[in-house]
Design a protein around this ligand. Sequence first.
Ligand code: PDD
Length: 288
Amino acid sequence: MIPDVDNDSLVYLNGEYVRLGDAKVSVLDRGFIFGDGIYEVVPAYGRKPFRMDSHLARLERSLKAIGIKLDMSRADWEKLVRDMLVRASSDDAMVYIQVTRGVAKRDHAFPAKAPKPTVFCMVSPFKRPAAAAREQGLSTVSMPDVRWLHCEIKSVSLLGNVLAKQHAVEAGVDEVIQFRDGFLSEGSSCNIWVVKNGTVLGPVRDNLILEGIRYGFIEELARAAGVPFESRRISREEVEQADELMLTSATKEVLPIVSLDGKPVGNGKPGPVYARLRAGYDKAIAAL
Ligand code: PDD
């Protein structure tokens, strides 16, 4: 029995549906041994996937980036996501997909003969951010970004992200804001946004951050609301002097950050740009 999960829920593992409590992977799976795999998290509202095309395009990019070949077409992935949503125990749900290089004798290099990749998918209830988080905002602390230089790959090698999130927990705050060489990168598992003089600023979409599916979405929402949007390198000083800070992810949607390192962001309350983007986000969910 795995605590805190629905052990009876059905998960997809290598072409079969099995009980979560019974699903097993070999100890020689390269995902277990090396973190040699990638993943994706697709949110759904009322059993309808949100921005699924972009999520599946990123899944395919991640697979390509680490040289895993699978004969799953886009239509096959879509079908898997939809099949999982039929099985979900709640209408709002998160579909988690993971693919590893498969099972092989332990050896760092890719096996000469590619093993069959391990494909796993589960669906969990999605508890949308609470009213308190939306209305009062989140607290953060800064920390150096010590992760590797391929953060654009949605890799399951997440030790850096895990330690970053634990740093937030131990500091008694909601999230971290990571900086590399004096410039903003991202949170432990979310993208960070700066608002200054009415403009939304996002860090450059390079190898130093995971380009969230909400990255393009925030850009769209800002433009639709007539809010100027810019992607560029953002210094630590700019983050510290921001009028507003926000974060986005599949699970957090868009939320305001009201403190950094114990100091208020702007006036310490969720700001007007956040309110407009939040309204746009809610409208897009309602229109699904
Ligand atoms: N995390 N940056 C990192 C490092 C992330 O792990 C995530 C998402 C994001 C935001 O991406 P998106 O908007 O596509 O959710 C940015 C997911 C939710 C997770 O690991 O559970």
